[in-house]
Design a protein around this ligand. Structure first.
Ligand SMILES: *Cc1c(COP(=O)(O)O)cnc(C)c1O
Length: 350
């Protein structure tokens, strides 16, 4: 604390990202990164862009990537917003669309960045409890609100909300923006992007960090009605004209175009997830149904924090949240078959 800090900064409670250890030998299953590399075509596109043109600013509108995303989802370019990771996209959404009179609604167990953005932008919020099975109860959102946001599949539970349930939430709050954060949708869900033309209050966010294995590149996006996108462009153009650099624009566009590699690696993660779930259940773990590239599990006889510590001693890192209701759960990212085997072996040792 310093006398030079603004009152806002004095009261900020920042987000704490999962550990990025300097030790490379660890089996890293704590931040939901993709175990497979990015598309070789994305890497080649970025290598080709690594030239003298880096002295020039990138396209402030990232039109090449906007078109790639628009054609992938069958929408228009003015329905797509791009940012430096979906965290930045979310920040602009909170700032430009969710700062309203009534409180913002999101699940009590959800992405822990949401309350952080509420703190940063002074947004009042209400955490709506998930049910006993850690599912979103649609009826709980049918009340006056200044906006609604939830991850689908939810994080850190991995549980998917069916598209017709998403639609019920949209219908019940036609005068608020409903944001569906689809960071993990490609691992087993159906995107709500197919609903954007029917619901002008719907905004869907996605990231290239998980299913397209480009967490290090920092690219995220939102799809919705052109009026919602225009609000985000206004915020972005009042903050940073160039959130995406030259490498990110071409790399992300090539990643969207390489559908074959994308489909193959997503399927590998899904198959591995089913294997890990079966192995954990055989060891007595309760595992929530996951449509993501991670699973959320607890063991009735073993304390989760203790398990996480012992796993780390064996060189495997997983994520544990010291939060009410979920303090006995571990969130475990799906790795390569070799990493998954290392996790199961380490648990066997315990
Ligand atoms: C990972 C994640 C994001 C952010 O991803 P970026 O790397 O910033 O694109 C957003 N929402 C949820 C729920 C996530 O898990």
């Amino acid at each position: 604390m310093s006398k030079f800090w603004s009152p806002l900064v004095k009261n900020l409670v920042p987000y704490v990202p999962g550990e990025q250890p300097k030790l490379t030998k660890l089996v890293k299953l704590n931040t939901n990164e993709n175990p497979y590399g990015p598309s070789p075509k994305a890497l080649a596109a970025m290598q080709a862009e690594l030239n003298d043109n880096l002295r020039l600013y990138p396209d402030p509108n990232s039109d090449l990537l906007k078109q790639a995303v628009a054609s992938y989802y069958g929408v228009q370019g003015n329905q797509v917003f791009l940012g430096n990771g979906s965290d930045e996209v979310l920040a602009h959404i909170f700032h430009g669309l969710l700062q309203q009179q009534l409180p913002l609604l999101f699940p009590d167990i959800s992405y822990s960045f949401y309350p952080v953005y509420c703190g940063l932008y002074a947004i009042d919020f209400e955490a709506v409890p998930l049910d006993q099975q850690f599912q979103i109860r649609v009826a709980d959102y049918a009340k006056p609100n200044g906006g609604i946001i939830f991850p689908n599949p939810n994080a850190p539970t991995g549980c998917l909300l069916a598209l017709d349930a998403v639609e019920q939430i949209l219908k019940a709050s036609p005068d608020s923006v409903v944001v569906v954060d689809e960071a993990y949708i490609d691992f087993g869900g159906e995107s709500a992007i197919c609903l954007v033309d029917r619901y002008p209050n719907l905004l869907v966010t996605q990231t290239l960090s998980k299913s397209r294995s480009l967490a290090g590149l920092r690219v995220g996006l939102a799809v919705g009605h052109p009026d919602l996108i225009e609000a985000l462009e206004r915020v972005k153009n009042s903050f940073n004209s160039y959130p995406l650099d030259r490498l990110a624009i071409v790399g992300a566009a090539a990643a969207f175009e390489d559908r074959e590699y994308f489909a193959k690696t997503c399927q590998q993660v899904i198959d591995s997830r089913e294997w890990v779930v079966a192995q954990l259940q055989a060891k007595g773990f309760e595992v929530l149904p996951s449509a993501a590239n991670f699973i959320f599990a607890r063991h009735p006889q073993h304390d989760a924090a203790g398990l996480a510590t012992k796993l780390r001693e064996q060189g495997v890192i997983v994520r544990h949240f010291k939060q009410e209701r979920i303090a006995q759960f571990l969130r475990i990212s799906i790795g390569t078959q070799e990493q998954n085997q290392a996790l199961i072996d380490a648990l066997g040792e315990l």
